[in-house]
Unconditional design. Structure first.
Length: 482
């Protein structure tokens, strides 16, 4: 019972904590700056490329450590019988014995025509290239998230315009209904406004759905759960900073982009890495000089040592002299030796051996592998040069197209502003004429719809102009002004 009580308290605490976390998340209003920063830090595509950058860092670390000497320890034990060689005395024996051995080996390259060194330098440039590519992905996500944010603001503005349209139509219907009830206007006028109110309500519902859809798109770029509460800050679009068009001339933007865009930096770094890899592949075709050394020892359970000797004087045989038998003794007594098993540690000490030397490895024929690798590295270098040229060409073309699009968007924005001013005046005069009976309901609705379209067009062109200018800012490679 106590266990379940504790568990209920823990679960309740976690539930309360999650509610508080959700509440604070819901209270946050996302402006353009926070949207872009969060997307750059949490987008899944960015994180995937950050993992690849960490892989490049590990590759660089391993290549640096490859310069250090390698060391390997080996040990073995075995049971042998029949005719074989004693591992401790190296003499031929036919005994059955148990043996063991240990060996420590080490080697290091002294000179390999800078193959390893160039590989390390190539991996250094590769790591920097991977980081630059992460920056490119972050820039792309920043621009995409900024566009999605502006689309949310646009959808919200369109929702407000649709709501105003509904309110205006409802107000006109209310006034018209009073006049119809008083007998000043026919029922047709009210019926026409009721139909228009239904159309305007449908437009408002569609505008609300568009807000939800644009928010879901933005949340996907930010890697925020679709079900999480989300609210954007909706400042006037006029407050979003935009560079003057005179500061965004395409040739000047292109020169800045070549120097600052992460993709161009990435291409430069990949070229530098490929140059070093080519030199490393060339060095691998030449001889390698190495130094090596080893320590080792062996053990045999049959090994013996002399533990002591006892002098004895025993006859070698007998001789018969004149019918008499005499024992024959050696000039000196024999020494009889006693043996003991040599201990494991003693054998390791007695059999300890060392070696050191130089090794020269000359690649003569290896199925053309090294030559093919070298030729492949040259082709890879040529491919990267072409890729850099292609990316620069596409960049310049995109910048000129973005500049043309920005000019067009600015002109459309200015034109739609004039159209909106004219539509507002037209609707104002139409309303006054309708109130005094000089304009029928159909013409009033037409004027109102024209104003609605003009507001939508103006709002869309305004946001489109801001985004097109942000694209030009993005190409400068100096970040977005938020």
């Amino acid at each position: 019972m106590l266990y379940f009580c504790c568990m209920r308290k823990v679960l309740f605490s976690l539930f309360l904590f999650s509610l508080l976390g959700s509440s604070s998340f819901a209270q946050q209003k996302w402006d353009l700056k926070s949207v872009v920063e969060y997307a750059m830090a949490n987008n899944i595509t960015v994180k995937l490329n950050e993992v690849q950058a960490r892989v490049a860092a590990l590759t660089l670390k391993q290549s640096r450590l490859s310069q250090l000497p390698n060391a390997n320890f080996s040990a073995n034990t075995g049971y042998s019988s029949g005719s074989n060689q004693d591992p401790t005395t190296f003499s031929r024996i036919t005994e059955t014995y148990l043996s063991a051995g240990m060996q420590l080996q080490s080697s290091a390259d002294i000179f390999n025509f800078f193959s390893k060194r160039n590989t390390i330098l190539g991996n250094q440039w590769e790591l920097l290239a991977a980081k630059s590519y992460v920056d490119k992905i972050k820039n792309d996500i920043a621009l995409t998230a900024a566009n999605a944010y502006l689309q949310v603001l646009l959808a919200k503005e369109q929702e407000k315009i649709a709501l105003v349209q509904v309110q205006q139509t409802a107000a006109q219907l209310s006034n018209t209904r009073k006049l119809v009830d008083a007998g000043s206007l026919p029922e047709l006028n009210a019926t026409q406004l009721e139909a228009q109110l239904a159309v305007d309500s449908g437009n408002y519902i569609s505008a609300k759905a568009a807000v939800t859809n644009t928010e879901l798109t933005l949340k996907s770029y930010m890697s925020i759960d679709a079900a999480a509460p989300f609210e954007v800050d909706t400042p006037p679009v006029d407050l979003i900073p935009v560079d003057p068009i005179a500061d965004l001339m395409p040739e000047n933007v292109f020169q800045l982009a070549v120097a600052n865009q992460p993709l161009q930096k990435y291409n430069d770094l990949k070229l530098k890495a490929a140059e070093k890899y080519k030199l490393a592949a060339k060095g691998a075709m030449y001889p390698t000089l190495s130094v090596y050394g080893s320590l080792g020892s062996n053990y045999n359970n049959r090994a013996r040592y002399i533990s002591g000797s006892t002098p004895v004087n025993i006859p070698l045989g007998s001789v018969n002299v004149n019918g008499s038998s005499y024992d024959v003794y050696p000039l000196e007594p024999y020494n009889f030796y006693s043996y003991g098993k040599t201990a494991f540690g003693t054998q390791l000490s007695d059999n300890f051996r060392q070696s050191v030397g130089l090794s020269l490895s000359v690649p003569i024929f290896n199925s053309y592998n090294l030559r093919t690798q070298y030729e492949r590295s040259k082709l890879n270098l040529a491919s990267l040069k072409l890729q850099k040229e292609l990316d620069n060409q596409n960049l310049k073309q995109n910048i000129y197209q973005a500049y043309t699009a920005a000019l067009t968007a600015m002109e459309k924005f200015n034109a739609s502003k004039k159209a909106l001013d004219a539509s507002e005046k037209t609707y104002l005069y139409a309303g006054k004429r309708y109130e005094v009976g000089m304009l029928n309901t159909y013409d009033l609705i037409t004027s109102q719809n024209n104003l609605f379209k003009a507001r939508l067009e103006y709002t869309y062109n305004h946001f489109d102009y801001v985004f097109k200018m942000k694209v030009l800012e993005f190409y400068k490679g100096q970040g977005l002004k938020l």
